[in-house]
Design a protein. Structure first.
Length: 276
């Protein structure tokens, strides 16, 4: 074994959906491991994506921040072309973009369903389709998709049912592309988190919350804290807490690196034991 296998020095990465939360953590984690990182998101107006790019450059890495609607084939083609022109190639693709909807799957209207699938499923497919020829040409690459525990097990929260259905599609997409791209030395894996800390909850731009682990001995807790109590309790998550962004980034660096050179088609649960 060599620790150098965990290094991403000289690698070129693209992280899709990188302006905040896990996408930001993945981008910074890959950069810290040595990769130059291009990042994209549908929102440039907030300035968050440019800030992530600046943090990457502060580590001495190259970065490129681009606005992309990944539900558009033309925009995805333009994205991949721009990154290859700037970096020369793409060694690592991370699909992290996500969209939520508060309605349950039985209440969801057709327009909302199409929006969800366009970003959460079609967008992943388009980026893989466009980056695959680049990786096939160089006979190497690592593709990492973000799925969820909800994609592996029916979700208890009815409002998350549509999300769970789509994430299960991403899990199968990962396995299918593993079969197709394996002969070209391209590995395709996915990360399945359970609960993760967050800066901003997607879809609620005006609400910024920091997750706080609830101490079990605390008296007089609120209803919200009681719910978190239950979510992170030993009957659900044996480790009794949510994951940190760094813990998610560690998994991404592992799957992107040569340390996982014989791992493909795997859905890596980073869930504190939830799926046990």
């Amino acid at each position: 074994m060599s620790l150098s296998n965990f290094s991403l020095s000289g690698k070129k990465a693209l992280v899709v959906g990188a302006r905040r939360n896990m996408g930001k953590a993945f981008a910074l984690g890959l950069a810290e491991a040595g990769a130059d990182v291009a990042i994209t998101d549908i929102n440039l107006e907030s300035g968050q994506l440019q800030q992530v790019s600046s943090e990457i450059e502060a580590m001495g890495r190259k970065s490129l921040a681009l606005k992309t609607d990944i539900s558009s084939k033309e925009e995805v083609k333009k994205l991949i072309k721009s990154v290859v022109e700037e970096f020369g190639t793409i060694d690592i693709l991370m699909n992290v973009a996500v969209m939520y909807h508060p309605k349950s799957v039985v209440e969801l209207d057709e327009e909302s369903w199409e929006k969800l699938t366009n970003i959460n499923l079609k967008g992943y497919w388009l980026t893989i389709q466009e980056v695959s020829p680049v990786m096939i040409q160089q006979n190497s690459g690592s593709i990492i998709n973000l799925t969820s525990r909800g994609g592996l097990k029916a979700h208890a929260d009815k409002a998350m049912g549509n999300y769970a259905i789509i994430k299960s599609g991403i899990a199968m997409m990962t396995r299918q592309y593993c079969r197709y791209l394996g002969p070209y030395n391209i590995r395709v894996n996915a990360i399945a988190p359970s609960l993760v800390e967050w800066e901003e909850f997607p879809g609620e731009e005006d609400k910024k919350k920091k997750n706080k682990t609830v101490k079990r001995e605390k008296a007089g807790i609120t209803e919200a804290e009681k719910f978190e109590y239950w979510l992170t309790g030993p009957e659900n998550i044996p480790l009794g807490r949510v994951a940190t962004f760094d813990e998610m980034a560690n998994a991404a660096v592992f799957l992107a690196s040569d340390a996982s050179s014989y791992i493909t088609g795997t859905i890596l649960s980073v869930d504190g034991g939830y799926m046990a």
